[in-house]
Write a protein that binds this ligand. Structure first.
Ligand code: NDP
Length: 310
């Protein structure tokens, strides 16, 4: 008979790592799968503003390294395989990866989320040729050039602030007449000389020969279109959950996030979820870390027979 793990954690961002730490401390027999580097979205972030105890402006890349080190220190070695399919039979989950087949009594989904696409024709074609979803990763290529950022949330404003230190000019294009970003971020942005905000507007078409040269933007009130010359377009309109492998098994909300109870249990007893793949009121590192801990401890209780759903 195969070695059936008590738990498999899918994803080693902050939520998955936190779940792994608590699973280890609880003595569970488990694996954690991560096809790329440990750290998830931390790998494409800059400073960490809101994580208590880290001080102001802690570096995201440092935190990602610390997470990888924590796993090493606890003798937890992520399996570098991508989970392709999960099915269940008689209370046992079958987990197919790109390299093998595993079995577990419980899976914790910590698969996070990826950047939402605008959905433009030619968006994929220009990605890497002017269109980007990560200023920290790609901002350097636009030194002294003109760029635009799409979105009005915290991420869009942070991206615009970051780019304002590198690019010649940054235009923030937002579809409404108000930003939803936190007040202090808006204030910082408004104080920048090389930032312009265009409200009530959407990007409708990227244009260029080999690389992006301009975008067409449309005023949503007047429907007038105009050309904005630029070299880079950074899209920062939120995230979409990576829940493809779970969608046939558990209840998702209308945006595809896994719905759980307060203990992180999904609609199926065998699957639990934490972090950005889960529907939750506050998408922050600190909540992802705490949800990972809650998920692992709740799974431990469930497996040992004294879990009570609240
Ligand atoms: P948000 O969901 O907060 O904002 C997304 C923005 O994109 C909104 O302004 C939205 O417009 C706009 N948008 C969505 N879809 C489209 C579209 N199709 N076309 C044009 N615009 C669109 O996402 P964020 O990534 O900014 O933030 C995610 C979470 O992470 C939030 O909870 C945020 O607070 C948090 N965060 C916190 C930070 C911090 O505290 N420093 C830093 C970064 C993120 P509209 O406003 O009209 O809906």
């Amino acid at each position: 008979m195969k070695n059936i793990k008590e738990l498999i954690i899918v994803g080693a961002g902050i939520a998955g790592v936190s779940a792994a730490v608590y699973a280890k401390r609880s003595g569970l027999d488990f694996l954690i799968f991560e096809p790329s580097a440990v750290g998830g979205q931390l790998l494409s972030m800059q400073a960490i503003d809101n994580y208590v105890g880290l001080g102001l402006e802690a570096k995201a890349s440092q935190m990602a390294e610390n997470l990888a080190q924590t796993l090493k220190d606890l003798d937890i070695h992520p399996v570098n395989e991508k989970v392709a399919k999960i099915s269940h039979q008689d209370e046992i989950l079958n987990i197919d990866t790109d390299k093998g087949i595993y079995q577990a009594k419980v899976v914790i989904a910590a698969t996070g989320a990826s950047f939402t696409r605008l959905g433009l024709e030619q968006e994929a074609e220009f990605t890497g040729k002017g269109i980007s979803y990560c200023a920290v990763c790609d901002g350097f290529f636009f030194k002294g050039k003109d760029v635009a950022v799409v979105g009005g949330g915290n991420t869009a404003v942070e991206e615009a602030l970051y780019l304002s230190q590198i690019a010649r000019k940054v235009t923030l294009v937002h579809r409404r007449d108000k930003l939803r970003a936190l007040e202090y971020l808006q204030k910082q942005l408004l104080a920048k000389d090389n930032v312009e905000i265009i409200y009530n507007s959407i990007v409708v078409k990227p244009q260029g020969q080999q690389f992006l040269e301009s975008v067409l933007i449309e005023d949503v009130l007047t429907k007038n279109k105009r050309r904005l010359d630029l070299n880079g377009l950074f899209i920062a309109i939120g995230i979409s959950p990576a829940t493809e492998v779970f969608k046939e098994l558990v209840s998702l909300d209308d945006k595809g996030f896994i719905i759980t109870d307060e203990e992180m249990k999904s609609s199926l007893d065998l699957i639990w979820a934490c972090g950005d793949c889960r529907r939750r009121p506050l998408k922050q590192l600190i909540t992802a870390a705490s949800e990972g801990a809650v998920a692992a401890i709740s799974v431990y209780k469930y497996l040992k027979g004294y879990y009570i759903s609240v």
